[in-house]
Design a protein around this ligand. Sequence first.
Ligand SMILES: [Zn+2]
Length: 558
Amino acid sequence: MRLTPGRSFGPIAYGGSWLALALLPFAPETGLFLRSSSDIKYFGPICYYEGIVSFLLLAPALLLPRILSRAWVIVVGGGMGLATLTVGFYAACFGARWNLTAHAAMMQTNRNQAREFMMNFASPGVLAWMALLAAGFAAGIVVNVRSTPPRGGVRLGVTLLGAAASAYGIGHAIHYGGVVVRRVWLSPTRSITTVEPSYNKFHPVTLLAMSHYNYRATHQFYLKQYRDVARHRQELAGARPIPGAVCPRLIVVVIGESANRLHWSLYGYPKRTTPRLDAEAGELEVFSDVICTWAATIISIRDMLTTTEDAVPSFPLFSQAGYTTHWFSAQFNQGGGDLELNAMVLSCNQRMYLNGVYDENLEPLVARVVAAPGKQMIFAQLFGSHVRYLDRYPTRFNVFHAADDGGPLRSSYDNSILYTDTVLTDLIEMLRKRHESSCLFYVSDHGEDVLDSRPDKYLFRDESLATDPMYEVPCFVWFSPEYRRENAAFVAAVAAARNRKYQNRALYQALLDLARLRHPLYNPRDSLLSPDFVERLRRVGVMGRVYRGAPTPAVYGH
Ligand SMILES: [Zn+2]
């Protein structure tokens, strides 16, 4: 027989390469179990079900005619490789399993953010591991298509054996598998059916497919709500000033990025990371115990600024009460109106994205608006402390160095906080100079665990790890002297609420209080700033762990 390029290896090589392609997807889960052996008892069942998925994906290659079999191995083996690299990269970086939040972040991240993310997390070790996995898949595919398959009888026998083992496992999963699909209520009127992760969905291909299905289902619901905001205009109209209160002319809401309050000297961090705010602390009402709902930008901001009932953006509450609303973001415009944050803010009167510049570039935009006549409400989304930290501040803020405690990662994070301190105090100064009724509210979208829980390990943020620092955010409000004078009783009530246990959901309720407005949707029990606020049990992470963290009292002022 003539040796053609397609016949370079024998049946043993064929079998070995087939098996390698089936087993390589086990790598991410194996890596997770090697890191933490506490739930080792699940490793066996997970491998069994991963084996079933791999078998079902690769079985057609055993039965198809050779030319189709080769095409099958290239396409399906390649797909398995890409899925394994995606899930494996996440597992190697964070020590956590791929989940819906990770999927949403991947789907809503543009090329610039992805590049920064890779540069931040792709250590030489992780890259070497990824290269090894990729090489494994490539070798498996090349050897398989260039080898002579075993005789038809052998292949049929293997297929029948695999089919029997799979049928047993699938039957077992159906019998004992618990919840496979679950109904999730997104609003009182709308539910979606989600696919729940269980053993049989930890294979990278099924894990990604399941996350994608769940992501699409929720994402489409929210996009529809945002696009339909016009339909809800009527129910958001009619906010009126509280009798006897004076609505401020200027409201600035600054949404921070990835700032964890444990790194703020305003909250007692030993490094002077917020010297300018520390100096002005006497004029700030600093909240000691605010946490976010999710350690992810889009979900956190959605929970703050859309209605609890139906996820309708709350901006028209204010614009229909006489405020011109502005969304200024130092972050990237995700474009097209198809991505959630971009779609969510479409009902702001003015929207502007600065696409990854330093945060100080927001200041001229804010300055122009505060100088304009009429009531103005500005939402300023910082780039704050988004990874990579050292890209977030100009070199003159390179104050903390690697030689300080915690190494270069912690130092660059702290420098980004130092820079945020300057931007925030610049904005306050801008308002103060106006000598009119104004206020500035600041809260970060979520925290980040920058060597806080484990000094030896950078945990970043992940909903399955869900450590406290991923949720503990800085939060304060500054009132101009004019605002304080005109709304003295309210300001006193806010000062009394500083140690309140709050989870940042329905922030628009507190913003109605700040604007001194009342509306049928207003519910004081949900407002951080209302004397009638009701504390609730706070849960964090995908497992809904009850948050029991300690407050971090402000050490300056009061
Ligand atoms: Zn964020």
